[in-house]
Every structure is written in C-alpha cells, then in structure tokens.
Write a protein that binds this ligand. Structure first.
Ligand code: BES
Ligand code: ZN
Ligand code: ZN
Length: 487
C-alpha cells in the first residue's frame, strides 16, 4: 500500500489520527506537553530522555485516541539525526500496535523544512520491513497508510520539503526492496530488468551493456570477475538529462552491484557468507536514487551506472595471479579474487569518463577493513577534491546518513605496486579501506570524485528501534541531496 503524507496546521489536541506523536525534551517541558502531561513527567515515567517513549490512551481533550510521548534528550545536545531516530522508533512502536495513521506534532521553532523532511523520511524508512518473500504474514494486519505532520508553520516550503522527502523515501524503499532479494532471484540480469522497469516508469533512458558489448569495449577487469559465474554480467546505465541544464556539469553515480560475493577462488569462509547477498546494496541505491532524481527533475545531468556481476568460483573463474586488461588500458594483477568490487568499479569509472561525466560519486560495500576502522556507525568517505567532498558531506548531513572523511595519502599507492602489471588489486593487510580507495583513484584520474565505502552501513544485522534489520537504503538520501543541491 502506498504511504500518504499530509501537512496539517492543527495543534496537538486537535490533530486527527489513530495516534499523535509528541516529542519531548529532557529538562525542559514543551508548552502543550506541560498542560496535559505534567503528571506523566512528575511520576518520572517519562522524562524526555533520548529515545524514551510512553504511550497513553484517551488523553482528555485530545482528538486522537492515542498519544505517544517520544523523548529527544537535552535541548543543548540535540541533532537532526536524533529526531530521525526518535521519529522512526515512534512509528515502529505504533505500527506494531495496529495503528493505521500517525501524526507527528512538531514544536514551534523546530518545524522548518529540514525538520519536516527528517520526520517524514524517518517515518517512511521506519515502516519498511524485509518480509517481501514471506507468505505466512497474518492476513489483514494493520498497515500504517497515512503520516501527518502537524505544525503551525504556514511556510510553503514545507509542502515542497514533504514532497521531496516522500520521493527520497520511495527511492530508498526501492533500493531496499532490491537489496533484500536473495541472490538466486536477484541475478545481474534480474537487477538490470528492475532498473529498466524503473527507467520506463520514470522516463529515464536505460541501456544495459551485455557481455559481448563489454568484450568489444575491452572491459577486462569487470569481465574477469564475471567469468567464474554462469550468470552473465550486466553494466546498467541510466541517464537523466534536464530540460534546461544549469551548466555543462554531468554527474555520475556509480554503485557496486555484486549480486553475490563468494570471494571467487580466494573463497570466503562459509560462516556468515550468506550476508554477501548485500554486496549489491550500493548498486541498488543508485537505482533508487535515479528513480528519485527522475521524479524531482534537477537542473544537472546525472548518469547512474551499476556494474552487476556475480563473484563465483566456477571452472572458468579467474585465478589469483591472473592479469587482466581494464577498459582504461591499464593492466591489473588479480592477487585476490575476493577484491572484486574495485575491479568492476574500475571499468565502470572509466565508462563514466567515456560518457563525458565531469563529476563522480561511487558507493560500494567495498571492504571489511572500513568496518574495522569505523564500525557500523558511519560510512567511510574518500575524495580527490575538497569542493566535491564538502558538497558530499553537506548532502550526507542533510539526509541523516553519517559519513566520515578518510585519507588518500600517496603512501597507499605504494602498497598496490606489483612487478608483473601496472597495479595489483590488493594492498596487503593494513589500511585496507584506504588502499581499496587508492586503487579506484588510479582509474578516476583528475575528475572530481568521491568514494563511499558502505560495507558497515548498508545492512543492519539487527533491527534498531527506528529501522528493521536488513538493507538500510544508504546512501540514497545523500545521492539525491547531492544532486538536488548542485550549483
Ligand atoms: N564485499 C567484500 C567487502 C565486505 C566485507 C563487505 C565484509 C561487507 C562485509 C569485498 O568484495 C571483499 O571481499 N573485500 C576484501 C578485500 C581483501 C581481499 C583485500 C575484504 O575486505 O576482506
Ligand atoms: Zn569480495
Ligand atoms: Zn564484494
């Protein structure tokens, strides 16, 4: 069912919905809350601590049958991410109680376009569940179909922000719907089919390069990864062209699309290997972002590129020590077949350059090393240009997707040296996220570029209060904001 969003200009007591959500602070009490809920505060049951919730029924004077108090913590410690977390947690709690419509009542002063966007996106993301292929779901279970944002703010910018949020959230939902598919269903060709369908629905151009075409072009790095699998590879290219371009800029969004990563001949341990179905999460994020971009119609040209392959140890599989010739003409010694993401991305990056892209962002579940470095709290970001980095970090902040800037020192290049080819595909034990990024940089050249390693953030092993377990949709929000803010 489609989720409907609406704006209302009513106060907490008048707002109509199955449940209203009121955010409360720790230490200070919001006026509307003070009146009706003094007793709740005084009892100590709710003190406004971050992520604290209390659900009340039949509050006198309230039109809605339920009121959920949701804590945001101390005012001075507040950040926009917290609002997203609390909004997501609130709707997940309410959805499990059979609520069909939810209204968030924003406080005056904390109800600008950014606040509306944060709450709306968090609500939509919070409602998503990874159960598309379950057939034993209880029939007739309640689904939240309507989210209202109530505010006294009459600014017309709020409606626009809400509409953009809805579209961003639908993009992230598409990315998650694709990512959650198992690898026997989501083969490279199936992924291409989904991209094509999206492009048809939104009016984007979509071209899928098949194995023969890639051979003609000389994409030896990508094809080397694909050759161990019976599933043919696909290079998915989705193009958005603005009616009135504001400049000659052309942004490439590139996402790793390994539909399953066994590691190839450098095979991974079987324990936990099932998680490697999410090795296409960044590719799915590009498809989701392109859907949103097609609908939002920014003034800059954007091309989405997803190299889609399966990394398998079949009898035709590449071997450690194989040397492949990339589309760029450079030779690569494949020292570890499990470092396949950078191989397919190298050719995708070169293809983006050949298509005339002037700026590039790639995202990938690229390394275990970035998870060692940063854990699950944020994605690692690498860039060869300060201006594009700044724009990317601003976009990530707007979308509530945490990112941390990592270094690309020349020393990392030394780790990739090999005597037999121009470059090796692994850089040894240390600084693995950085050497992987350095490998990509070799193929990027001077084009302003950002690389985002989402190995730690693309998938939740356990549900959070505001989000189900499974794919997160990261970095769809950053992709879209990055493009929408382009000047
Ligand atoms: N898809 C993996 C990276 C990954 C690992 C993502 C763990 C999420 C969790 C990637 O293709 C890979 O296998 N990388 C290797 C690189 C190594 C061989 C240099 C890794 O990180 O171990
Ligand atoms: Zn791998
Ligand atoms: Zn991989």
């Amino acid at each position: 069912m489609e989720l409907k969003f609406r704006l209302a200009h009513t106060g907490a007591a008048e707002t109509q919905a199955d449940a209203v959500v009121l955010f409360g602070w720790e230490g200070t009490r919001r006026a509307e809350i003070e009146k009706a809920f003094a007793a709740v505060y005084d009892s100590g049951e709710f003190s406004g601590k971050a992520m604290e919730t209390t659900l009340l029924h039949a509050v006198p004077g309230f039109a809605a049958p339920r009121v959920l108090l949701a804590g945001l913590g101390k005012r001075e410690k507040f950040d926009a991410l917290l609002l997203r977390k609390a909004a997501g947690a609130a709707i997940r709690l309410l959805k499990d109680k059979g609520v069909r419509s939810v209204a968030y009542v924003l406080e005056a002063g904390a109800d600008g376009p950014g606040d509306v966007a944060a709450v709306a996106e968090a609500a939509a993301l919070g409602l998503w569940e990874p159960d598309v292929l379950k057939t034993d779901k209880p029939a007739g279970a309640a689904v939240v179909g309507e989210v209202t944002i109530a505010t006294a703010n009459q600014d017309a910018a709020l409606a626009a922000a809400l509409e953009q949020s809805r579209i961003v959230a639908e993009g992230a939902t598409l990315a998650r719907d694709i990512s959650v598919q198992p690898p026997n269903v989501l083969t490279p060709l199936n992924m291409a089919e989904r991209a094509r369908r999206m492009a048809e629905e939104t009016g984007l151009e979509c071209e899928v390069l098949d194995r023969d075409r890639m051979m003609q072009l000389g994409m030896g790095a990508l094809l080397g990864v694909a050759q161990g699998s019976a599933e043919p590879p696909a290079l998915i290219v989705m193009q958005y062209k603005p009616e009135k371009p504001v400049s000659g800029d052309h942004i490439a969004l590139i996402g790793k699309g390994v539909t399953f990563d066994t590691g190839g001949i450098s095979i991974k341990p079987s324990d936990g290997m099932e998680k490697m179905k999410y090795d296409m999460a960044a590719g799915a994020a590009v498809i989701g972002a392109m859907q949103a971009i097609a609908r939002l119609k920014p003034g800059v040209a954007v091309t989405g590129i997803v190299p889609a392959v399966e990394n398998m140890p079949g009898s035709r599989a590449q071997r450690p020590s194989d040397i492949v010739k990339s589309l760029s003409g450079r030779t690569i010694e494949v020292l570890n077949t499990d470092a396949e993401g950078r191989l397919i991305l190298a050719d995708a990056i070169t293809w983006a350059k050949q298509l005339g892209c002037t700026h590039m962002v790639d995202a990938a579940t690229l390394t275990g090393a970035v998870v060692v470095a940063l854990g699950f709290a944020c994605s690692g970001v690498f860039a060869n240009n300060d201006q594009i980095l700044e724009r990317w970090l601003a976009a990530s902040q707007e979308s509530g997707e945490r990112m941390w800037h990592m270094p690309l020192y020349d020393e990392y290049r030394d780790q990739l040296k090999t005597v037999y080819a121009d470059i090796g595909n692994v850089g040894g034990r240390w600084g693995g996220a950085c050497t992987a990024a350095m490998f990509l940089k070799e193929f990027v050249g001077d084009t302003p570029w950002v690389h985002v390693d989402i190995a730690g953030t693309g998938w939740l092993d356990d549900a959070k209060p505001g989000m189900a377990k499974g794919p997160t949709g990261i970095p769809v929000g950053s992709f879209v904001h990055f493009v929408m803010n382009w000047k």
